[in-house]
Ligand binder design. Structure first.
Ligand code: 5GP
Length: 198
């Protein structure tokens, strides 16, 4: 999706530790019109999958997942990261190693919102080592639901998450795949979509 590449080139900032900041449109301030376009494109790719739930993780995943769910006319469920007592004990839960915060946290989804009847599309803002997506896949499995695939805004192709998930047969659709980024010069190179790994 060219539009996202352009947005990353113009507004993205590369930080040490392989972190790309896109706070101006995705991770802090949200460009709602742009998110609608991005959501439409992710939804378009999974239109024939008969998705019944879109599943993401709070907080940044919500802005991407919401327009996808609206387009697919199904509910969007977000896994909670925070230790909340409101969820009760009837939850699916999986540990996730955080790429940005360097810690392990449990994600939780109340059992009443995912069941074996569901066909789930996982959506997130970034795919790096794949831990967040793996946590969500674990929750889909606990629910006995079917997995339609994974829709991602920005995949960092130089980390292995996407490659490993695809190797396991999971359909991963990323709207932009970064091949390389350089914290010193700020340069960002995107993967040619025809490349074999895509
Ligand atoms: P993974 O679990 O695939 O290693 O990392 C994905 C999660 O970490 C995403 O949910 C995202 O919030 C965060 N993340 C990973 N890399 C980046 C990055 O370069 N920039 C931002 N803003 N978030 C990232």
């Amino acid at each position: 999706m060219d539009l996202l590449q352009k947005k990353i080139q113009s507004d993205g900032k590369v930080f040490a530790g392989n972190i790309l900041k896109v706070d101006s449109f995705l991770n802090h301030q949200i460009d709602v019109d742009f998110m609608d376009q991005l959501g439409k494109e992710i939804a378009r790719r999974f239109l024939s999958a008969q998705v019944t739930k879109v599943l993401t993780i709070e907080a940044s995943g919500i802005a991407v997942a919401y327009p996808v769910a609206r387009e697919l006319h199904c509910p969007m469920v977000f896994a909670k990261k925070s230790k909340t007592k409101n969820l009760g004990s009837s939850v699916y839960s999986a540990p996730v190693e955080s790429f940005t915060h360097d810690c392990i946290y449990d994600i939780k989804v109340a059992k009443e919102y995912l069941s074996a009847d569901d066909v789930v599309l996982i959506v997130d803002d970034f795919l790096a080592n794949g831990n967040a997506v793996r946590g969500l896949v674990a929750i889909v499995k606990q629910a006995g639901a079917a997995l339609a695939g994974v829709g991602i805004a920005v995949e960092k192709g130089f980390q292995n998450g996407g490659k490993e998930l695809r190797r396991e047969g999971i359909r991963v659709e990323s709207m932009a795949i970064i091949e390389e980024m350089d914290a010193l010069g700020g340069e960002i190179t995107f993967r040619d979509e025809s490349s074999a790994d895509y």
